[in-house]
Design a protein around this ligand. Structure first.
Ligand code: SAH
Ligand code: SF4
Length: 398
């Protein structure tokens, strides 16, 4: 995206554009635009980079290593604001969900909202980021799939989600951690990033790639590529480029072992059937036993959860360095699916485990705030008649 376009999306009404989230090239353009000479650009970008991404500066005047004149010039034209936090929900287990406001598609229209979720565990803190507003795909079990695609997020808006999370978790060198911090002292609050929020990241490849470069940069946010996972519903032609150009970990939303069923759950399967998808996984650049592909499998009661499905899954993945991630289905108002019974999930998991896959069943954390990854849809959106009916029915059986 050109600087003009990047800045335009960041700009609302009469607000100044923000530099927070921009990559090195875009920062260079922003500096050139205020008259920084070409031969100084590299050095100035490095200085800004340190303040923005290492220290988390929110005000140009904090940037003590930058000359006063340049600080003033920057402040005149730009800001360091992040996507606005509209709401923050904290679940009892430390899971947090932020509703963030981003610029509208066209100036003057209503701004959009996206969701970012933080999931702390004993040894890691994972941030689940969105890559699009809505999704063009219509996976039948996914809440986001019921929302039309509004637009791709810019690279800056993707990085902005990480910056907001760091702000709120107090994870900058000079910030204080909130009291509710659950990770041990010294451990990074955000150690891992998963692209498992709203949207299909491989349909927004360029911006996702640029965002990954910024997030992984060792002089800034420094969350290494081995700790960044991009989840795809199976956009086969973009899997190889992801490995080659972005070099992150790959997760594939498989969910079914037969094409017929997968077509129903993940309609993209009609375009890229299971055999093609698995072939792309076998050829994923860098794949090895040390760099396995995660296969996500959502447990849907009576749909894909029999012991025969589990055995077929194991057989299907033979020869691919894989991890299997069983995800208890997280119901949403209006869905036709139910989550498999716990015993069914355990039986399934046992078969997968016996076949040699560690399968940590993803605990349905954060259920109380509807925050599980893949369930993201702005609450502010109006409820459809169908959803209202379902809610009423739920309230009656409760
Ligand atoms: N579009 C990408 C990434 C976002 S979805 C993809 O489909 O992979 C992230 C994960 O959450 C996917 O594995 C998706 O299948 C899963 N998911 C979606 N809705 C879910 C739900 N209601 N319960 C559990 N997992 C869900
Ligand atoms: Fe889109 Fe992923 Fe949801 Fe499918 S599961 S609708 S690809 S966000």
């Amino acid at each position: 995206m050109s600087l003009a376009a990047t800045l335009a999306t960041a700009e609302t009404a009469d607000q100044k554009p923000s530099l927070a989230g921009l990559d090195r090239a875009a920062l260079g353009e922003a500096l050139a635009a205020i008259g920084v000479p070409a031969d100084e650009l590299r050095m100035r970008v490095s200085q800004l980079w340190h303040w923005i991404y290492f220290r988390g500066a929110r005000d140009f005047f904090e940037m003590t290593s930058v000359s006063k004149t340049l600080r003033a010039a920057l402040a005149e034209r730009y800001t360091l604001v992040r996507p606005e936090v509209v709401a923050e929900q904290v679940s009892s287990d430390g899971t947090r969900k932020w509703l963030l406001r981003v610029a509208p598609e066209n100036p003057g229209e209503k701004p959009h909202e996206i969701e970012t979720v933080y999931i702390p565990e004993a040894d890691r803190g994972t941030l689940c980021v969105s890559s699009q507003i809505g999704c063009t795909l219509t996976c039948t079990f996914c809440h986001t799939g019921t929302q039309r695609l509004v637009r791709n997020l810019s690279a800056a808006e993707i990085v902005g989600q990480v910056m907001v999370a760091r702000d709120r978790l107090g994870e900058w060198p000079d910030a204080a951690r909130p009291q509710a911090a659950t990770l041990p002292d010294g451990a990074r609050m955000i150690s891992n990033i998963v692209f498992m929020g709203m949207g299909e990241p491989l349909y927004n490849f360029d911006n996702v790639k640029t965002a990954i470069e910024t997030i992984a940069d060792g002089e800034g946010l420094s969350i290494g590529k081995r700790r960044i996972t991009v989840s795809t519903s199976g956009v086969v032609p973009m899997i190889e480029p992801l490995g080659r150009e972005a070099g992150t970990m790959l997760a594939v939303s498989l969910h079914a072992v037969r094409d017929e069923l997968r077509e129903e759950l993940v309609p993209l399967n009609k375009k890229y059937p299971i055999a093609e998808l698995l072939e792309a996984c076998r050829n994923y650049p860098g794949v090895s036993n040390a760099k396995r592909i995660t296969f996500e499998y959502v447990m849907l009661k009576g749909v894909n959860d029999t012991p025969a499905d589990a055995k077929a899954l194991v057989k299907l993945l033979k020869g691919i360095p894989a991890k299997i991630n069983l995800i208890p289905f997280n119901p949403w108002p209006g869905t036709q699916y139910e989550c498999s019974d716990w015993e069914t999930i355990e039986r399934f998991s046992e078969i997968v485990f016996t076949a040699g896959y560690a399968s940590p069943v993803r605990t349905p954390r954060g259920r109380d705030i509807l925050a599980a990854c893949g369930q993201l849809k702005s609450e502010t959106q109006k409820l459809s008649a169908r959803e209202r009916m379902a809610l009423r029915a739920m309230a009656m059986t409760d």
